[in-house]
Design a protein. Structure first.
Length: 161
């Protein structure tokens, strides 16, 4: 464990179709996301603009107060146009089913997924429950209601659209 990094125990059940695959693991000591692997028996060809839920062969039990976020792998997105459709996908502490990854192929070429391929990453994070309190007005800020690019365009960015 890396100094200064909090750890939390996550109970994992390896399902029958994931029996020979490693549990989620971190590629480097400072990585935030643990790799999720495809627990499939036959290759999947994901066509252009096709999406599919890919099983991981594991179920997890998160402690209350934690969530797991299923996030895309940057290499798959950059090199192949394959990403997580609902990024990030949220796994709640009371979910006990198999972790599935909704992959979508945004490229013009088919993409082949094979057994044991790293298809996504899982980030475990604390969360808080909001207590909603209705008020008649919100406090003023310098930004106010400006959003969706209202603070400007980053240097080197294009404003075509």
């Amino acid at each position: 464990m890396m100094a200064g990094v909090e750890s939390v125990e996550i109970k994992v059940v390896r399902l029958a179709h994931g029996h020979d695959l490693p549990l989620p693991d971190y590629a480097t000591a400072a990585a935030a996301g643990a790799d999720l692997l495809a627990a499939i028996d036959t290759d999947i060809e994901l066509g252009p603009l096709e999406r599919r839920i890919v099983p991981t062969g594991i179920s997890i039990a998160l402690p209350v107060g934690f969530e797991a976020q299923v996030r895309p792998r940057s290499g798959l997105a950059a090199k192949n146009g394959v990403t997580v459709a609902n990024a990030p996908g949220t796994i709640d502490a009371d979910y006990r089913g198999e972790v599935g990854v909704i992959l979508v192929n945004l490229s013009k070429e088919p993409f082949r997924i094979s057994r044991g391929m790293r298809i996504a990453q899982l980030v475990v994070a604390r969360h808080a429950r909001a207590v909603w309190r209705e008020v008649s007005a919100l406090d003023e800020t310098e930004r106010g209601a400006g959003g969706f690019g209202s603070t400007g365009v980053a240097a080197g960015s294009s404003t075509h659209g």
